[in-house]
Design a protein around this ligand. Structure first.
Ligand SMILES: CC(C)(COP(=O)(O)OP(=O)(O)OC[C@H]1O[C@@H](n2cnc3c(N)ncnc32)[C@H](O)[C@@H]1OP(=O)(O)O)[C@@H](O)C(=O)NCCC(=O)NCCS
Length: 150
């Protein structure tokens, strides 16, 4: 099935919220999405298949890196490479924006997500204590570092 990546806009929020609510115990709400879409530093994308939004990623462009702040794929479309395709988009953005690092945070208990990032070339770099107020567990930082051309 042909998949295309598009820039996220407010017209996509209803579809995003449906996937978000199915994917997270503490989903972002409508106002969270509107606020993040309003940030100039955002580079937010969706994957569309047959006119249906099947996955999305919110990312922030920082000084020398790109931060993946939220990512999800609709349940029936998982394990088909859609989230990896979105990471590939940001790996290309590293070069286009002259940044070096793509990173994300993962709960220590979320082994599935850690496997996902490892499969996509990310490495564990550090552990953050009590980052999340509601859940008492460490948060791991995973980084993908752009390969230098010699
Ligand atoms: C994490 C998530 C975005 C991955 O999306 P996806 O499109 O299914 O991912 P891909 O198909 O590109 O990659 C799949 C790889 O990730 C890992 N993976 C993903 N789900 C897994 C699972 N349930 N069990 C084990 N490994 C898993 C595996 O390495 C897998 O490769 P394989 O299928 O060859 O074994 C999706 O599962 C999701 O939306 N989860 C709920 C929300 C979430 O946790 N978001 C991340 C916040 S940053």
């Amino acid at each position: 099935m042909p998949r295309k990546i598009v820039s996220l806009s407010e017209s996509h929020i209803d579809s995003v919220i449906r996937i978000e609510d199915d994917s997270f115990l503490e989903p972002w709400k409508f106002t969270d999405f509107v606020n993040v879409l309003g940030l100039n530093s955002g580079d937010n994308i969706a994957v569309i298949i047959d006119d249906v939004l099947v996955g999305y990623t919110f990312a922030e462009i920082e000084h020398d890196r790109i931060y993946i702040s939220n990512m999800a794929v609709a349940e029936v479309y998982r394990r088909k490479g859609i989230a990896s395709m979105m990471l590939d988009y940001y790996k290309i953005r590293l070069t286009q924006l002259n940044k070096d690092i793509l990173y994300a945070t993962v709960r220590e208990s979320d082994l599935r997500l850690q496997m996902f990032f490892k499969k996509n070339g990310f490495l564990y770099v550090e552990s953050l204590r009590d980052l999340c107020e509601t859940v008492k567990e460490d948060t791991y930082v995973f980084e993908y570092v752009k390969r230098m051309r010699i």
